[in-house]
Design a protein around this ligand. Structure first.
Ligand SMILES: Cc1ncc(COP(=O)(O)O)c(C=O)c1O
Length: 439
């Protein structure tokens, strides 16, 4: 029996599912992955197996594992007293760097996780507008809380106007939680206009992922974001860009800079901390100043802005602003995406790969790469069985793709600064063998 299997047998008695987080259970292994350590682009399990990591800490490890500059920053913080529970000069530095990457963030407030950040942004929008309802887009994911965790894990019925029935993604939600959440088909301006008119004067916020990596790699259509911006301004609705994944992920650093559309509020997390738990809400001073102590919207927490996380974030944001930072991802992506698409053709498998910057997805069973704007079509066509077979074979070949067998769309996969072109070539060679087995 492997060390991992032994650990699982014991851990299952003490930890629910043998893991510290529900999503860490790996359906293809029949247990979680138990690691010994990680370095650069490699994960090492407790049985001594090495994997090229394409999960990248669920997007947080954009800089790979044990990045020397992040380690140095952390060592400096440990020296100073790593949990002082008050701000330092570093917090101010972080706020200034944030503005360079997310230009709409005139002021910021910190949090620990993306879920906390979206929760606070919604609370702020409600207080600012004195309205209750929040409009979200079908398939997008904004964290696991009762304010917004709906319609990511299923294709729910839609009416003729593109409004989709609001259905929670977890049991245990109060029955009335759904009443304040309106779901609309993504990339459909007419559907948005219809919902905005139908709920006129009731919508506090529109929240969206400008590129929904949680639906694979689903980009906003040309002009869609500008249209959403116009509608929100006209209707006095707070527009929230959830940049928890898009932040730092692509040139020039954020989706709002890439698309040239500024939201009223932004949420960011994951890559900004390079693996340390940190998140932020930022936006127009007029809205942000409604937070306490200036305003009456309370947002605070024991671990908020902990020195370790802040110094890591300062280092990560600094690195992302250095020249040629995104060229590396462009080179890796070009080689990888072209290579995998060629493998689909060579092995006569239906599907394709799609990526923007440092996040990408494999669309088994989904044809027509030019028309990837529809979550509902992708979710319907996506071949989940083939995806599972791929993940299983990849693990055996030493490629780590996180198992998301409960997801209905392709999972987002990582590129990290630590990946090299040699890693990509090794991956393509292994995927050639895996695809041969799938076809
Ligand atoms: C777009 C988006 N928003 C919010 C979250 C929630 O972040 P966290 O897991 O840090 O709570 C996630 C997590 O995957 C996300 O992808």
């Amino acid at each position: 029996m492997s060390h991992q299997q032994q650990l699982y047998t014991e851990a299952a008695h003490w930890l629910v599912g043998g893991a510290s987080a529900g999503q860490r259970y790996n359906g293809q292994l029949g247990r979680p992955l138990y690691l010994d350590r990680a370095e650069g682009a490699r994960l090492y399990d407790i049985d001594g197996n090495a994997y090229i990591d394409y999960h990248g800490g669920s997007g947080a490890a954009l800089f790979g594992h044990k990045h020397p500059r992040i380690e140095r920053a952390l060592a400096g913080a440990i020296e100073r007293g790593f949990f002082m529970n008050y701000d330092t000069y570093d917090t101010l530095q972080l706020a200034k760097l944030t503005r360079q990457i997310f230009p709409s963030c005139e002021k910021i407030r910190l949090a620990n996780t993306g879920s906390e950040a979206t929760q606070a942004a919604i609370r702020l929008a409600r207080a600012f507008t004195c309205r209750d309802k929040v409009l979200r887009f079908d398939g997008h994911f904004h964290g696991m809380h009762e304010n917004i965790w709906f319609n990511h894990n299923a294709v729910n019925p839609a009416d003729e106007f593109g409004q989709v029935r609001t259905v929670p993604d977890s049991a245990g939600f109060p029955a009335d939680a759904s009443a304040s959440v309106i779901n609309v088909v993504f990339n459909d301006v007419a559907a948005l206009e219809h919902a905005v008119q139908k709920y006129s004067g009731q919508l506090a916020a529109v929240i969206l992922e400008p590129i929904s990596y949680n639906c694979g790699c689903l980009e906003a259509r040309e002009k869609f974001l500008a249209n959403v911006r116009e509608i929100c301004t006209r209707e006095r609705i707070v527009l929230i860009f959830d940049e928890v994944i898009t932040g730092l992920r692509m040139s020039p650093g954020s989706a709002q800079r890439r698309f040239g559309v500024l939201p009223d509020l932004t949420t960011a997390a994951k890559a900004i901390g390079g693996g340390l738990p940190i998140a932020l809400v930022g936006g127009k001073a007029e809205i942000m100043d409604r937070l306490n102590p200036l305003g009456n919207v309370v947002m605070s927490g024991t671990y908020t802005g902990s020195l370790l996380a802040v110094v890591a974030a300062v280092e990560c944001l600094t690195m992302s602003l250095e020249p040629d930072f995104y060229e590396h991802f462009d080179q890796l992506g070009t080689r990888l995406f072209t290579g995998v698409n060629d493998l689909f053709a060579t092995h006569n498998l239906p599907g394709h790969v799609r990526g923007v910057g440092a996040r990408w997805a494999i669309y088994f069973g989904v044809e027509d790469p030019e028309d990837d704007f529809d979550f509902r079509r992708i979710a319907t066509e996506f071949d989940r069985e083939m995806d599972k077979r791929f993940v299983r074979a990849a693990i055996d070949a030493g490629l780590w793709f996180h198992d998301t067998s409960t997801a209905i769309t392709p999972a987002h996969r990582a590129l990290m600064t630590a990946h090299t072109l040699a890693d990509i070539d090794e991956t393509l060679t292994k995927m050639d063998t895996i695809f041969a087995g799938l076809s």
